[in-house]
Ligand binder design. Sequence first.
Ligand code: T1G
Length: 682
Amino acid sequence: MRTTTGINSRVAIEREANVGIVWIDNPPVNALNTEVRAGLWSAVESLRQDVGIEAIVLACRGRTFVAGADIGEFALPAKEPTLPVVIAALEAIGKPTIAVIHGTAFGGGLELTLGCDYRIATPDARLGLPEVRLGFIPGAGGTVRLPYLIGGLAALPMVVTGQPISSDEALALGLVDAIAAADTLVEDAIAFIRRVLVGGGKPCPVRERREQIGKTDPTLFEQEAALLTSRSGSLVAASAGVEALRNAIALPFDEALNIERETFETLKASEQSKALRHVFFAERAAAKVEGVDHDVPVRPVESVGIVGGGTMGTGIAMAFANAGLPVVLLDLNAAALAQARARLDQNYQASVTRGSLTEAQKRERLDRISLSVTYDALSTCDLVIEAAFEDMDVKKEIFSKLDRIAKPGAILATNTSYLDVNEIASATERPGDVAGAHFFSPANVMKLMEIVRGARTAPDVLMTLVELGRKIGKVPVVVGVCRGFVGNRMLAARGAESMNLLLEGASPQEVDKAFTSFGWPMGPFEMQDLAGLDISWRNRKALGQTLPLADDLCELGRFGQKTGRGYYLYEAGSRVPKPDPELATLIETKSKDMGIARRRIDPEEIIERTLYPMINEGVRILKEGIASRSSDIDLIWIHGYGFPVAKGGPMFWAETEGMSKIVVGLRHWHKKTGRDIFRPAS
Ligand code: T1G
């Protein structure tokens, strides 16, 4: 007979003859908050003293094993017992122990399992140390016990990239000892530990197993470490993780453990970590749509139609096909469709060449995308996304056709980047089913999905798009209707000033350098060359707007990489930007014609004059209710435009700089340039 004793509200002990099962129950993800740690510590103490108990099983209720320390508690001073203390007590319990893993054993969760002698997992479990993504290193022995168990080389990618591994991989590495089906998991764990008892029953703590770590090849380790850290961006935690592993290899166990904890504490207090934790919670907050009941039933989406076979249309098609959904790609122009087919093939082939996709996977994905020149092919789709030319009349015509052809209940979305979603919806008899689904180029890569809520968009349509976005690996953010929505509206504020900087004396490479030094993957001019200058030019012309210099470049046919010239020069077949002396002359002449005196402009001025107006626009967007939270704006800039994630997004960065500094800066540049920098032309 089994008896259960509650230790506190989060931890209980179940006794099954001579085996004690410690249950953790802290929904939703069994995070190790103070109460769980206190409960675990008491449970371990109680079972250590219990002479009737010979072995211990550690398991979790709910959907997952422990997903880590409670990130929400990090802002507060750590309370006793800390996780290292709990794990040390478990490790020293003097009886064989086994951790039972289902769902995710992440961070402190995985470290907790390393305090046990054995680990058993379900086939679909994932094990990882994602701490680096939160800006610190594991703080409860992960960088020491993991390499003890699986070797320094195998531990390296887990610590430096934060990427989890599957239970099969864990089994191959010796991180788990057995795999068991979910419905018999705990019973199998009990049977496993009873076999250990029969076989002699001595505990074998990880700290005493130095065999694998001793085999770590130092040359290979350093080579791999250099490669992985170079790919990590400027994350301090990535190189700190490597250093912690070096310590585990070279130093005595306790010494390495103490240094790990000190580094963890220092990094936890860093600005980078605060920013990354902000992003973690921002991503979860964005899934909650203001004013919409979270439990509203979503519409099933099992097939997707896309109108328009251009770059965006094909990118969006790939995003869905990659996630396993069948797609119909429509273009009325057969030649455009043939080009789309070639582009799809080329893009997938590039992944095969890079080694990220197998030939068979490429086939499978291509087979999921069928091409069509007639609208009838869309009649069975659950969702249709229009990705046609950016012109209101064109879009309205498409939506009125979709209204006639799409099945009842189908969601009709537009990928417009600027236009009024309400006006587009008015071309249908079902505005409740219409929303914006704004992807970012390249749509199969960039994670942002701006979901535009029209005045009449139905709540379940919004929730369906949010859920679907997450399913295909995007970060969906719901925004309201205005010209350019959140991202492009703020981009316009930045664009106007970056052009003025060129006219006043900065070169494109100086502006871009200031951006990359700030942490952006590329500067605004390199980005425009990549995207093509002609797109915004066409857009300006349609609106009767002009932008000095940018228009001049387009009139000269300098559209960027695609024409070999833009703000930079590109040699045939190369994507490497080179400064162009011809452009320098062109800019100087333009400055003279416009009567603008040229001067040296330093990187601080470049950053202030481009980012401050953008932040100012962000504040205005919040006041207008176009974005519901400032953290939504941060996500849009991180996942759609490459704002450095380690700075937490423009609004978070502005808070850390101090909003008053931004306002003072804006006033200063307003006075100095004589322009209304608070309301840049857009
Ligand atoms: N702490 C606090 N809350 C957490 C949490 C955590 N570690 N993980 C998830 N949540 C909340 C989340 O905010 C959301 O809340 C709900 O759980 C569901 O999450 C000492 C220092 C586990 C794979 O980094 O990767 O251990 O919004 O929507 O898609 O070395 O959450 O519903 O109110 O994401 O099923 C290391 C982070 C911590 C794991 C589940 N661990 N979490 O994904 O659901 S540091 C992590 C995840 C550490 C030690 C250190 C994912 C997930 P709400 P969700 P999901």
